[in-house]
Design a protein around this ligand. Structure first.
Ligand code: SF4
Length: 316
């Protein structure tokens, strides 16, 4: 019993396209975040680990070294033959286009790197960045933009000090779609003030607008975050593993088979994770998701079983 029997995984999609295992190489390219430096907001998202924002975060990163080191580790661990440079940490479109080009080029010029996956905020995708990414696509590279929507509910986004709303996500998606650039939408399950209906609404909204991939993430309470204070004060209660698995599987069952899943859960490192403790280990959660999908149906199995009211976006 393997998870990939029940979902359309990004890994399988890449394997079909490139004829071998293709793996993401997570990179820290030295960018920061506009939700922390005052240009979009201050303080950052309430779940963000403040301690991770070192004053040196904008120093010149050695991307070539990160790629070559990462390839050795990932090749040994997974048998991958090709790689996607995954610009993961913070907001990877938040700089001058020339700086972005230099850093993306540094990764793309390395052996066996077939493309880019760029993680960013919906309010940080200006047309110049889309033009740059379109150039890479025209050169034959695989190009993805990973957009952190987290929730489609503006009240939730405000509650977690996200610094953008649904409108910015909608605008970024429409412009990326016009440029035919693939989008992976990130959703967080268990945000303060949300229940299962809110999470379903976020999936429904992302699907209604159109996306190519999805990433699901349980909310972690990490050291150095504002959420940690709320958790300590009893204002925020993390979701149980069972609750997460149930909703994640329902989301997967309501997702059309054409959309690929880049991730269905996520872990946090032990040294920063405060709660929930089950987010420390990946495999028990993955196994529980696989088991649930095997018993109740895999990706797409529940499409049509729930009314899909496209006009009504609010669940407040
Ligand atoms: S979670 Fe992401 S968008 Fe929010 S403050 Fe941290 S780096 Fe910025």
């Amino acid at each position: 019993m393997h998870l990939n029997h029940y979902i359309h995984s990004f890994g399988d999609q890449l394997k079909a396209r490139y004829g071998c295992k293709v793996h993401k190489l997570a990179l820290h390219a030295g960018f920061t975040c506009p939700n922390r430096d005052g240009s979009k907001g201050i303080g950052g998202c309430t779940f963000c680990n403040n301690a991770s924002f070192s004053p040196n975060s904008r120093s010149q990163p050695n991307i070539v070294q990160q790629v070559t080191d990462g390839q050795k580790v990932v090749q040994l661990r997974t048998g991958a033959k090709k790689y996607l440079a995954y610009f993961q940490a913070y907001t990877n479109t938040y700089d001058e286009v020339d700086v972005l080009r230099h850093r993306y080029d540094s990764a793309l010029q390395q052996h066996d790197v077939v493309g880019l996956s760029v993680g960013t905020r919906p309010d940080c995708v200006p047309d110049e960045v889309i033009e740059l990414l379109s150039e890479y696509k025209a050169q034959g590279h695989e190009v993805w933009v990973e957009l952190g929507l987290q929730s489609s509910n503006d009240a939730t986004l405000e509650r977690v000090n996200r610094g953008h709303g649904w409108r910015e996500y909608e605008d970024a998606v429409r412009r990326l779609q016009q440029a035919d650039i693939s989008i992976c939408t990130h959703l967080i399950v268990g945000l303060p003030g949300e229940n299962e209906l809110h999470v379903f609404a976020s999936l429904r909204d992302a699907l209604s607008l159109g996306t190519n991939g999805l990433k699901l993430h349980p909310l972690h309470v990490v050291k150095g975050s504002l959420l940690a204070n709320q958790w300590r004060g009893g204002e925020y209660i993390p979701w149980s593993e069972e609750r997460y698995v149930d909703i994640a599987c329902e989301l997967i069952r309501h997702t059309p088979p054409a959309i690929c899943y880049h991730r269905v859960t996520a872990t946090a490192a032990r040294h920063i994770l405060l709660a929930p403790v089950w987010c420390e280990k990946k495999w028990p959660v993955m196994n529980a998701i696989t088991d649930n999908l095997a018993r109740h149906g895999g990706q797409g199995a529940a499409i049509g079983m729930m009314e899909y009211s496209r006009g009504e976006r609010r669940w407040n």
